[in-house]
Design a binder for this molecule. Sequence first.
Ligand code: ATP
Ligand code: MG
Length: 262
Amino acid sequence: MTVQPQQPKIQNNILSRIGGRNIFAIASGKGGVGKTWVAVSLAHAFALKGEKVLLIDGDLGLSNIDIQLGLTAIRDIGVVLAHNAPLNSAIIHDDTIQCDVIAGHSGSQTLAGMEENRLQLLCDDIKILANHYDKVIIDLGTGIQKSVTTLAQIAHEILVVTTDSPTSLADAYAFIKIITTAKSSSNPKILINMANTKKEGEHTYHTLLKACQTFLNITPSLAGIVHLDSMAREAVKTQTPILSINPLPQAGKDILEIAGLY
Ligand SMILES: Nc1ncnc2c1ncn2[C@@H]1O[C@H](COP(=O)(O)OP(=O)(O)OP(=O)(O)O)[C@@H](O)[C@H]1O
Ligand SMILES: [Mg+2]
């Protein structure tokens, strides 16, 4: 892991307005469905394709990515916001997943309940930074509070992760409803995680799709299905990215398939 030298803050409102087409947000509504694992694994998959990737822990107030990667960030998003420092000064490079990373800041109420205009500035900074990358992946926090939905709206693609549990499906639906009723150009897609079989995953997708079509009049497409795989849990426990495991576990193959579509 290497720390990037501090660079002057990039200020370019035009870039800020046009940014976003390469920004992916990983969302869910409900916690524990695998958002962070999907965000880290997808970022790694894009990097393996030769792309320059920035992975951002958008779980303001409860950081997750540093834990899954075993990173110790000297500066994180919390430090940047507390000192009004440029966002790019918090970039570190993770050699294992070959991505730049901006870590979150754990245990900060202030971050989770950040003022609207500060949050907007953070969004603008992310959009400006996105111009220097092929892909930017934001791991969003759990829930549907303002800090989560505002960050989600700067993404061109929102991958809403759900499992087949009824609460997870209900929360994914609530998240999609908020995002699509807000004025946003974001495009939600559904990612089924922890599916026992592909068929069961498709069934789960169709359950959520039906609710979206009936009550929201939208047809979010399927981003992909990731199998329930004990190696995914093991990978997190041992802080080993799943795509570094040989032979590649099924959940890793699923992630590569999803990354191949972008
Ligand atoms: N496809 C999968 N198969 C088996 N276990 C998985 C799979 N995907 C994720 N997991 C496991 O589920 C657990 C929760 O994952 P993760 O922390 O990424 O969820 P999250 O949605 O980010 O949770 P939080 O709401 O706390 O941020 C982890 O132990 C992870 O390894
Ligand atoms: Mg998480």
